[in-house]
Design a protein around this ligand. Structure first.
Ligand code: NAG
Ligand code: NAG
Ligand code: NAG
Length: 427
């Protein structure tokens, strides 16, 4: 009975993804918004303004500094790249002063580095910053992006009648498909619908490669915490919709900027990997501290993010101002993140062997600690009293590998544990 019900749940949760062959793993790259925003003043601030130079320099850095090798692939433009006027044929055009070569030439440059170019548009009348947007022009704009050889479209939802948001996103998805070029489609559909009703995640997964659910990330710990809290509070609704081809997007990584302590940066990186989130950094790759760089390029964390099993993790317990998040990985492995939410005092111990997924340690498992530092913790059993030490607002990240081929299906299932989460106070 157990196996049968699990089977039914597995079938029903794997909703059909947008069939454009893209985002089979969470997207990795760089996106300008959080760090560079709508800085268009290239006279006063030529190094940081939204111009073709910025993306060319980021592409150069991505190759030179190991980002591309680590898996970061997309260099993405956000709002404020546009001219305020469409051209004589009604097509969007880049601001001629800031993008003298035009987007096609920029795409060619980025491709010459073995990277991909992302661009930004909006489903409504104007973009959030007031530039021309795509309502009434979906086919024209999709074709323009395809003609420019753009690889990803972030499609915002400002200045759109909310009752038409779903239709607009679907129409643009069809328009992109019609171009015949696979363009990764990053939506904000649920974000703009949540204030009115629960979005249809089956339809969203059929339409988009990833989708923003919640407000923009800021360069602050309170912002990161709010995103995590929203995600955990809605995990029963959103987690089942994530999988190869389509992902929940909790917004950019702000690691390497000004607002997060190193422990908090580790928490963002660990939890974004657990959430199978797109890893889109927004920082200045020309000027980033080596520790942040090492964290963003940590191969073991990236391996969790990009795991073949393609499942999003979720919060499984809240105990004593700790949060436990778990993500089922390929080969019956498990990733466990323990976040210390007590923002006073020093580091505290948490008995990781009490987490729900520890049942894969029956009879034995092997444990590797990835954060705060790499350590082989060796063979453990169901009875082990293993603990990890976690700094305030920091995270311990582990992978747990079962050591015997047990025939039972050991996989932690999100529905089982989310129900446990609601009832559990002490594990
Ligand atoms: C367009 O959609 C069809 C049907 O879903 C799919 O087979 C095809 O690969 C898509 N093409 C592109 C370019 O996304
Ligand atoms: C979407 O496309 C349909 C069919 O062409 C059209 O009737 C509808 O008005 C479009 N909606 C939007 C928001 O563009
Ligand atoms: C959600 O979208 C799916 C796929 O487009 C559709 O079949 C289903 O009827 C929709 N559900 C609701 C409640 O509208």
């Amino acid at each position: 009975m157990y196996r049968i019900s699990l089977f039914v749940v597995l079938i029903s949760r794997v909703a059909v993804a947008l069939d454009n062959g893209l985002a089979l793993k969470p997207t990795m790259g760089w996106l300008h918004w959080e760090r560079f925003m709508c800085n268009t003043d290239c006279d006063a601030d030529p190094q940081n303004c939204i111009s073709e130079n910025l993306y060319m320099q980021m592409a150069d850095m991505m190759v030179k500094e190991g980002w591309k090798e680590a898996g970061y692939e997309y260099v993405c433009i956000d709002d404020c790249w546009l001219s305020h006027q469409r051209d004589a044929k009604g097509r969007l055009q880049a601001d001629p002063k800031r993008f003298p070569g035009g987007i096609k030439k920029l795409a060619d440059y980025v491709h010459s580095k073995g990277l991909k170019l992302g661009i930004y548009g909006d489903v409504g009348k104007t973009t959030c910053a007031g530039y021309p947007a795509s309502l009434g022009y979906y086919e024209t704009d999709a074709q323009t992006f395809a003609d420019w050889d753009v690889d990803l479209l972030k499609f915002d939802g400002c200045y759109m009648d909310w009752t038409l948001v779903a239709e607009g996103y679907v129409n643009m998805s069809k328009a992109l498909n019609k171009t015949g070029k696979s363009i990764l489609y990053s939506c904000e559909w649920p974000l703009y619908v949540w204030p009115f009703h629960q979005p249809n995640y089956t339809a969203i997964r059929e339409t988009c490669n990833h989708w923003r659910n919640f407000a923009d990330v800021y360069d602050s710990w309170s912002s990161v915490k709010t995103i995590l809290e929203w995600t955990a509070a809605h995990q029963d609704i959103i987690v089942p919709s994530a999988g190869p081809g389509g992902w929940n997007d909790p917004d950019m990584l702000v690691i390497g900027n000004f607002g997060l302590s190193h422990d908090q940066q580790e928490s963002q990186m660990a939890l974004w990997a657990i959430m199978a989130a797109p890893l889109l950094m927004s920082n200045d790759l020309r000027d980033i501290c080596p520790r942040s760089k090492g964290l963003l390029q940590n191969k073991r964390i990236i391996a969790i993010s990009q795991d073949d099993h393609g499942r999003q993790g979720y919060r499984t317990a809240k105990v004593d101002s700790f949060e436990v998040w778990e993500r089922p990985l390929s080969k019956n492995r498990l990733a466990v993140a323990v976040l210390n939410k007590q923002e006073i005092g020093g580091r505290r111990a948490f008995a990781v062997s009490s987490v729900p997924g520890w049942k894969i340690c029956d009879p034995k498992c092997n444990v590797t600690q990835i954060l705060p530092q790499y350590k082989e913790l060796g063979v453990q059993t169901l009875q082990s009293k293993m603990a990890v030490l976690v700094n305030p607002s920091g995270t311990a990240l582990l992978t747990v590998t079962p050591l015997t081929s047990v025939r039972r299906i050991h996989h932690l299932h999100w529905q089982d544990t989310s129900i446990k989460d609601k009832h559990a106070t002490v594990l």
